[in-house]
Design a protein around this ligand. Structure first.
Ligand SMILES: NC(=O)c1ccc[n+]([C@@H]2O[C@H](COP(=O)([O-])OP(=O)(O)OC[C@H]3O[C@@H](n4cnc5c(N)ncnc54)[C@H](OP(=O)(O)O)[C@@H]3O)[C@@H](O)[C@H]2O)c1
Length: 201
C-alpha cells in the first residue's frame, strides 16, 4: 500500500510506503507512477478548497480548483492506467462530493471543479470498463477534515466514510452515495434546475 503526498515525510502510517506526488505537476505525477508497481486500486483523493466565487474570486484560485480536482485526477489516472489495466480486475476510486451535483455560490469554483471531476469519472468508466477497470465515485457531504475545520456544521467522520467506500468497492458498487445529504441531492437531479435551485424560480 502506498500513500502519496506532496511532502512524503508527512505520511506516518505503519505498513504504508510514502510516495512524493503533486497532482498538479506532470513531472511529479510521472515520477510517482515510475516509483511504484502493481497498483490495482487507485484512490484520487487530493483536494483543494479555496472558497473562490466564480464571479468575484481570484482567477488563480479558480484555476487551482480545476488543476487539482479535474486535471490532477485526469493526470494521475492516465499515469497509473497501464498498471491498473495490467490486472484482470482493478479499481479507480474518485473522491467526489455532493457538490459535484449542486452548486453553492460561496464555493462556485470548487463546485465547478467537482462537477468536472464527476464528468471525467463517467468518461473514464466508459473508457476503462473494457480493460477490466471499474471507476467508482464517492459522493459525500461535509466530513471532519482540515478542509472544513473553519465550518461549524454537522460533519461525518472521514474514517467511517473511507470504510464505507472500501466496503462498497469490495461489493462492486461504483456509485457510492455516502450520506443523507448526498442521497437527497441525487434524488433532486431528475427535477432539473427547479428542483435543485428553487430560489431561482
Ligand atoms: N472535507 C469535506 O467536507 C469533503 C466533502 C466532500 C468531498 N471532499 C473531498 O475529499 C477529498 C479529501 O479532502 P479533505 O477533506 O481530506 O481535505 P484536506 O483536509 O484539505 O486534505 C486535502 C488533501 O489533498 C492533498 N492535496 C492538495 N493538493 C494536492 C496536490 N496538488 N497534490 C497532492 N496532494 C494534494 C493535501 O495534501 P497536503 O498535505 O500536501 O496539503 C491533503 O492531504 C477531496 O477531494 C475533497 O474535495 C471533502
Amino acid at each position: 500500500m502506498y500513500a502519496a503526498a506532496r511532502n512524503p515525510e508527512t505520511v506516518d502510517l505503519p505498513g504504508v510506503t510514502p510516495v512524493a506526488l503533486d497532482v498538479t505537476d506532470p513531472a511529479s505525477v510521472a515520477a510517482a507512477a515510475a516509483a511504484v508497481s502493481g497498483v490495482s486500486i487507485l484512490v484520487n483523493n487530493a483536494g483543494s478548497s479555496t472558497g473562490a466565487s466564480l464571479l468575484t474570486g481570484d482567477l488563480p484560485d479558480i484555476r487551482l480548483e480545476m488543476d487539482t480536482h479535474f486535471f490532477g485526477t485526469l493526470a494521475v489516472t492516465r499515469a497509473f492506467a497501464p498498471q491498473l489495466t495490467g490486472h484482470d480486475e482493478s479499481t479507480v476510486l474518485n473522491v467526489l462530493s455532493v457538490l459535484s451535483w449542486i452548486s453553492i455560490p460561496r464555493s462556485g469554483a470548487y463546485c465547478a471543479a467537482k462537477s468536472a471531476e464527476w464528468s471525467l469519472t463517467n468518461a473514464l468508466r466508459l473508457e476503462l470498463a473494457p480493460e477490466g477497470t471499474r471507476v467508482a465515485a464517492l459522493h459525500v457531504g461535509y466530513m471532519d477534515t482540515d478542509m472544513t475545520r473553519h465550518l461549524n456544521v454537522p460533519k461525518s467522520n472521514p474514517a467511517d466514510i473511507a470504510k464505507l467506500a472500501i466496503d462498497a468497492i469490495e461489493a462492486d458498487d461504483t456509485e457510492i452515495v455516502a450520506d443523507e445529504v448526498s442521497s437527497q441531492v441525487l434524488g433532486k437531479l431528475s427535477a432539473g434546475v427547479a428542483g435543485l435551485y428553487p430560489q431561482t424560480a
